[in-house]
Design a binder for this molecule. Sequence first.
Ligand SMILES: NC(=O)c1ccc[n+]([C@@H]2O[C@H](COP(=O)([O-])OP(=O)(O)OC[C@H]3O[C@@H](n4cnc5c(N)ncnc54)[C@H](O)[C@@H]3O)[C@@H](O)[C@H]2O)c1
Length: 440
Amino acid sequence: MNSNRRTFLKTTAAAALGFPAILRGANLNSNLQIAAVGCSGKGLSDITEVGSHARAKYVGFCDVDTSRFDKADEKFPGVPHFQDFREMFARLGETCDAVIVSTPDHMHAFIALEAMRGGKHVYCQKPLTHTVWEARQMRLQAAKSKVVTQMGNQIHSHEAYRTAVKLLRDGVIGKVTAVHSWQPNNGNGYTKLTAPPPSGPVPETLNWDGWLGVAPHRDFAPDVYHPFKWRDWQDFGGGTMGDFACHILDPIFTALGLTAPLSIRAENEGANAQTWPFAETVSYVFPGTALTAGKTVPVTWYDGGHQPEAAIASILPADKKVPKAGSIVLGETGALLIPHYALPEVFPHDTTARVEIEKVPGSSHYHAWVEAALGGPQTTDGFDYAGPLTEAVQLGNVATRLPNETLEWDAAALKITSHPDANRLLTKTYRDDWKIAPVT
Ligand SMILES: NC(=O)c1ccc[n+]([C@@H]2O[C@H](COP(=O)([O-])OP(=O)(O)OC[C@H]3O[C@@H](n4cnc5c(N)ncnc54)[C@H](O)[C@@H]3O)[C@@H](O)[C@H]2O)c1
């Protein structure tokens, strides 16, 4: 990247944010200076993988729980610690080029938008955001700030998904008529709760208010939110769709060039106001593309034990093990099974036909972001792509909160046209001091 432009972007944006308005010196060298937010769980693996690039240098580690730095410190000793990312951004100022966001989902947009407004490149975990509206803001801000972005669905760059994408693009099953994707997890499988449990003492190492961030206040309770189990709760995670749909639908989106759905309808079991349903079927209708047979193409998501039995039975021999998760893509001349994640298999209608699968090599999703930020080839999973993918995924979560209703979607207007009341579910209520301004 042109360092003059980058420096200009950073200094103007930094001034607007109240960051120290100093010209960078240290980061005009050949390294990418990176701060990480969220240092255990997936954050540790993001830090490890990004940090394995020879030109990635950490300048700050931030975690709201100070007991969670130890493993990152073992791998990258001496990196300064912060408990508040806003303080970290302000203190690092221009000595930070890029930010990894690996917090629970409800905080992705707030942190990543602040980083991008400050001119930082961003690697942000999947699902890119917690709401449809936030996904739109992320795409707009990335374009406005002209920063390099990548969503953390790392399997996008794996040989299994790349090979599936190539097979579909090569027309190995002809034009696509339907897609069925599934994942067996229960959307409320970690806590099995439907209401907040009694509160418990906040661990001394944890800034609970910082962990809650944008979310409405609730008391801390042990072993149901932090770490990891926040996924079950509507205020923090996205259930099974939030956890897996940005992975499993990704090769479908990439290969077919899907855009925004025209309509979404969900059926579920175990719906309640606090946690996600334990099983769902979410039916999307997308506009057709050059690779689909019709003017529209149905894409159906199943989780928590719901599965596309008929599609599975139509292509897999009875003695063949059904992958735990994945997709079946039905085409005019055959079907493609895309296990999550192993090499795909082709099932031509002409059972005498032999299909040779040529593997497309994978590469590091993490290094691709570092390389792009250092001026190399563009990422393929930037927010221009990941934003619309996440909008579609989170529209599934809107539909599951209004089951058995067909929601007609006007993507340009960011509006559900068939059900005015549903539009409130495109966004959420932000706590005072944690509001996100729309990108203009
Ligand atoms: N790409 C993948 O394969 C994959 C796998 C697992 C998780 N994830 C995603 O990674 C993210 C983190 O998931 P996890 O399972 O590691 O969660 P986790 O709760 O186990 O870990 C989150 C970490 O972030 C810290 N944290 C929380 N809020 C913070 C804040 N405001 N500022 C700084 N630190 C904060 C926590 O203390 C903890 O160390 C989620 O978005 C999840 O969807 C992706």
